[in-house]
Design a protein around this ligand. Structure first.
Ligand SMILES: NC(=O)c1ccc[n+]([C@@H]2O[C@H](COP(=O)([O-])OP(=O)(O)OC[C@H]3O[C@@H](n4cnc5c(N)ncnc54)[C@H](OP(=O)(O)O)[C@@H]3O)[C@@H](O)[C@H]2O)c1
Length: 380
């Protein structure tokens, strides 16, 4: 058995002084690690067999102590509902959502519009006549306007903010909300990932979020409005072969926390939404995209890495990723509800966790237990 830090401190053969000067007795060994590991694994396994229904776990960071493992709670943790207290009519309020060509962003634009918001839907491919854009435009509503927006391009961002500002009835009253949703994802072990790939993902997910937020803050501050950042469960816990994505989402979390602290005295509320696995419901990955990433990755591998790992190992990793991408919830409503709550509740939560039982429990264990324990349960 391996012994590492935290709970893995399995008692050294220390001695303790005994009264009367008798010979010291060896201290009894603590065997916390095996017990804790066994217990947690036993508790978590039955949950894996539960039907794959997605529940939304939410809460202000320190209030979210549900009792997933507790037998005392008669209300399943999943039944927790959002507080109904909402801000005054949303009708006049403007919200800008990025990445609306597909996935969460597309659904959000439609949902927020149906709630009465004035929605500015940023679309990467508006100028290319993307299907998502066409569908949003086909609603022909004054309250749903698609705008060309690549979050990596400062000119696009400035133009988008100007479009919003000039559409507001009273720009001095500002804009209510910004939802930083645009994102891309990739995978690959650290040794398989090129520096260009790391930078490419960060440019959209992290710097895109920072760029958008900085440009919108003057308007949001005036309205004492909301910033909602779409992070991921992988912004809270890392995973092998996901470093290019994880580091950007951990960055989004850090950025959001700093911003929340700074904005608090100014009345702006900042929330983070951390979806679990919804791959099956959005366009983040497709089999073709995985294959394209894999081919490019293999072609660009340094010779020494290619030789040391070999094609078989590489292919196994790719097929693992393909399996992961065939999984996930197809119902995005927990994510849409979380964002809506963050925009409309008088007291929005700091973090929202729309994810299924398995990932929620895994996130709790990975973020609250020592690495020595969580690594053994989920990684090794
Ligand atoms: N799906 C999941 O399981 C999951 C889980 C956790 C977190 N998330 C996060 O949720 C957010 C939305 O992703 P999704 O799952 O809905 O995937 P998606 O369907 O691919 O949506 C992402 C959107 O962002 C757009 N986009 C990409 N690069 C952009 C750029 N430079 N500027 C502006 N827009 C850009 C995409 O446009 P194109 O379609 O034209 O490329 C797409 O419309 C992302 O931040 C993602 O990391 C997703």
């Amino acid at each position: 058995m391996r012994r590492r830090g935290g709970l893995a401190q399995v008692g050294h053969p220390e001695t303790r002084a005994t009264p009367g000067g008798r010979k010291p007795e060896p201290r009894r060994r603590l065997t916390i690690l095996p017990v804790a590991t066994m217990l947690t694994a036993r508790l978590s396994r039955p949950l894996l067999q539960l039907p794959g229904k997605t529940w939304s776990f939410s809460g202000r960071e320190n209030e979210m102590r549900h009792t997933l493992l507790s037998s005392t709670s008669s209300v399943p943790v999943a039944c927790r509902t959002y507080a109904a207290d909402t801000v005054s009519p949303v009708g006049s309020k403007a919200v800008l959502v990025t990445g609306c060509d597909s996935g969460f962003g597309f659904s959000l634009a439609k949902h927020l519009h149906s709630k009465g918001f004035l929605v500015f839907a940023g679309c990467l491919l508006k100028d290319k006549g993307d299907d998502g854009v066409k569908e949003l435009d086909s609603l022909k509503s004054d309250r749903l306007r698609t705008i060309q927006l690549n979050v990596c391009k400062s000119e696009d961002v400035e133009k988008a903010v100007e479009t919003v500002r000039s559409s507001l009835q009273d720009p001095e009253k500002g804009m209510w909300g910004l939802v930083n949703n645009a994102g891309i994802s990739t995978f690959g072990e650290v040794e398989f990932t090129s520096m260009d790939t790391y930078k490419e993902v960060a440019e959209v997910n992290l710097w895109g979020t920072v760029r958008m937020t900085k440009s919108c803050l003057p308007l949001i501050r005036r309205a004492k409005g909301r910033v909602v950042n779409i992070s991921s469960m992988l912004g809270r816990m890392a995973n092998p072969a996901r470093s290019p994505y994880c580091i950007t989402k951990f960055g989004v979390e850090a950025f959001s926390d700093c911003l929340r602290y700074e904005m608090h005295p100014l009345g702006v509320k900042v929330s983070v939404v951390e979806p679990g696995n919804y791959i099956a419901a959005t366009s983040l990955y497709s089999p073709e995209r995985i294959q394209a990433i894999a081919n490019r990755m293999w072609d660009e591998l340094p010779e020494v890495v290619r030789r040391d790992y070999g094609r078989k190992y590489f292919d196994e990793k790719i097929s693992k990723m393909e399996n992961y991408c065939n999984s996930g919830s197809t119902d995005t409503s927990p994510v849409i509800d979380a964002v809506t709550h963050a925009l409309t509740a008088t007291t929005p939560y700091t973090r929202y966790h729309p994810m299924d039982y398995y990932w929620w429990l895994r996130m709790q264990i990975m973020t609250h237990l020592p690495g020595a324990v969580s690594d053994r349960i989920y990684i090794h």
